[in-house]
Write a protein that binds this ligand. Structure first.
Ligand code: SF4
Ligand code: SF4
Ligand code: FES
Length: 331
């Protein structure tokens, strides 16, 4: 086939070839190619990607495609859904490498459907939510007032409740938990993960809660393991600003109620405010204490690699930058 290319149109097709454009091109009855990752706990030979072709139907969602596969090709396909309308959070899967709600996401012409990551797979697309539920339960996510209920109506300002109320939009779909690279490190960290932290925020960021109880939960949350990569926010179908309205306020609460858990972060901040830049040797010295000086081999390795610079530690203060940094940090 001889394809004529108009030089003026080069780049335009690429720019308009987004998900919406691709789906718009799908016509009734067009083939939708779908590969589903199967997992049979009793038979390893039945595990792997299985391909199906389903006919496109108007406004077809991923869930409709899965229903078609189950009705016509694979009656034993395991997947979960309940409300069908972005309310219950049970239907989350990964489509072409990103977390989506099957009941809400449009099909793509060519798609690979897999179970969520970071949770054990029970069968096919069904994951075991027990690790998430155990982490939430450990937080005891309910209110305990330190003083008596003042009676109805209880005055609460928008400012007091704005973060906790955002967290209440969570539908516990686990998309953020699946997308989080730190949760993916497993037992290497004690990070609770974004979804449990959103549940915790519903009560920990509520001004009526007992600070001592909140402190107990924050103590075991491992929140400073979060690297603020925003993958969780990108995945969240409820559009909860997880980093800015949940993780950062919970980090601030930890610094206030459990200062030793926030030592690395508060020291980091103090060094930047004083110097105008971070100084790794001062950070290590202040967080780990003078005993770190006994690790001569480690210090030499850091020196050779340029990670630490004693000269800069002793003399490297940038007054202008420090003033600017303090101004920003104090805002
Ligand atoms: S911002 Fe934090 S919680 Fe969110 S995905 Fe990244 S590491 Fe995980
Ligand atoms: S925060 Fe968003 S992505 Fe995470 S569980 Fe709740 S609704 Fe799902
Ligand atoms: S089926 Fe309930 S959110 Fe998708």
């Amino acid at each position: 086939m001889n394809v004529q290319i108009d030089a003026r149109s080069i780049g335009k097709a690429e720019n308009s070839d987004g998900l919406l454009a691709r789906n718009t091109r799908l016509q009734q009855g067009d083939p939708v190619r779908i590969r589903v990752r199967r997992h049979d706990p009793d038979d390893a030979n039945k595990s792997g990607l299985e391909s199906f072709v389903v006919p496109y139907d108007q406004s077809m969602r991923v869930l409709d495609a899965l229903n078609y596969v189950a009705e016509h090709f694979a009656a034993d396909l395991a997947y979960r859904w309940f409300c069908g309308s972005k309310m219950c959070g049970t239907c989350a899967v990964r489509m072409n490498g990103r977390e989506v709600l099957a009941c809400w996401e449009s099909v793509e012409p060519d798609m690979t459907i897999e179970p969520l990551r970071n949770l054990p797979v029970i069968r096919d697309l069904v994951v075991d939510r027990t690790p998430y539920e155990a982490r939430v339960a450990k937080f005891e996510p309910w209110l305990e007032r330190p003083c008596d209920y003042p009676g109805f109506p209880e005055s609460l300002s928008h400012k007091d409740m704005k973060n906790a109320s955002k967290a209440l939009d969570c539908i516990s779909c686990m998309s953020c938990f699946s997308a989080c690279p730190v949760v993916g490190l497993g037992d290497l960290t004690n990070f609770a993960g974004p979804a449990p932290l959103v549940q915790l925020a519903q009560t920990a960021l509520d001004v009526r809660n007992d600070p001592a109880k909140v402190a107990r939960a924050l103590e075991v949350a491992g929140i400073f393991n979060c690297v603020s990569c925003y993958k969780c926010e990108e995945a969240c179908p409820a559009k909860i600003p997880i980093v800015t309205r949940v993780i950062e306020p919970l980090k601030a609460k930890t610094a206030e109620l459990v200062p030793h858990a926030a030592r690395h972060a508060t020291t980091f901040r103090a060094i930047i405010a004083a110097r105008g830049r971070i100084d790794p040797s001062e950070l290590v010295l202040r967080v780990q204490g003078a005993k770190v000086l006994l690790q001569i081999g480690r210090a030499l390795r850091l020196l050779v690699r340029g990670k630490i610079n004693p000269f800069r530690t002793l003399f490297g203060k940038y007054k202008g930058a420090a003033r600017a940094a303090s101004r920003i940090l104090d805002q």
